[in-house]
Write a protein that binds this ligand. Structure first.
Ligand SMILES: CSCCC(=O)C(=O)COP(=O)(O)O
Ligand SMILES: [Mg+2]
Length: 233
């Protein structure tokens, strides 16, 4: 049976550098203006209030913004931050400030797998709207039609096995019918604990030092999507 292919984004379909050097600085710089302009919209306020609650109920928006900027610097995978980042990036994509680079080997393989009848899905710490913006505004054009489903940390964190069990359930499949692709071994460990098949994507551009031996945690490893045969994984 053909596995459903579930892919991570940062370090897997797209470079770590795009996320760290383009998306995060853009969000950091635009966050104060975004909160000033849209902070009273309920959809935005709910996330700002959540940030405030987690920091002892601080009330000034300037303090909330400083907290968010600190979390961006620490690469926190906090659901509220990720939701707000997605809203900020929307303006960047819409105004043409950037498009999203997706590795050419990933574009080629995703298109081929789709044509071959594989179901494709995404699981990233980036919010689902941010994922949709990225694949809808890629350098290779609109890749959204390739994907059946998108998952973010609303389903749980990426290093917890229950998240992968929940994803398999949502896809209407057993975990062992899903192949998860990621650059982070701890995510792959959690997926394997849930019963999924796994593949470590170990790109030279993102990880100059190849992960071999014990550092693969026993996951199969590919340096490019061109080297992945989902039928054999
Ligand atoms: C959806 S694009 C932004 C990616 C992001 O914010 C992030 O934290 C990347 O996490 P991933 O789980 O894709 O490694
Ligand atoms: Mg990743």
């Amino acid at each position: 049976m053909k596995p459903i292919i579930l892919t991570d984004i940062e370090g897997t379909t797209s470079s770590i550098s795009f996320v760290k050097d383009v998306l995060f600085p853009y969000a950091r710089q635009a966050m104060p203006g975004f909160v000033r302009a849209r902070g009273n919209e309920p959809e935005v306020r709910q996330w700002l209030d959540q940030v405030a609650m987690e920091n002892g109920g601080m009330c000034q928006d300037t303090m909330i913004v400083e907290t968010l900027q600190g979390w961006i610097d620490q690469d926190r995978k906090h659901t509220a931050l990720k939701a707000l980042q997605g809203m900020v990036w929307e303006a960047g994509y819409r105004s043409g400030d950037f498009t999203a680079p997706v590795y050419p080997d990933a574009v080629e393989a995703l298109r081929r797998w789709d044509e071959d009848g594989y179901r494709l899905a995404v699981y990233s710490s980036g919010s689902v709207p941010a994922q949709r913006l990225l694949f809808g505004n890629s350098d290779a054009g609109d890749l959204l039609p390739l994907f059946d489903a998108f998952f973010d940390t609303a389903v749980g964190h990426k290093r917890e096995a229950d998240s992968y069990r929940g994803i398999a359930r949502s896809l209407g499949s057993e975990p062992n019918e899903v192949l998860f692709l990621s650059d982070v071994v701890e995510e792959l460990d959690a997926a394997r604990d849930a019963g999924m098949r796994t593949m470590l994507v170990d790109r030279r551009e993102d990880y100059p030092q190849p992960r071999t031996g014990e550092s693969t945690h026993g996951h199969r490893r590919a340096e490019s999507f061109a080297d992945i045969d989902p039928a054999a994984a």
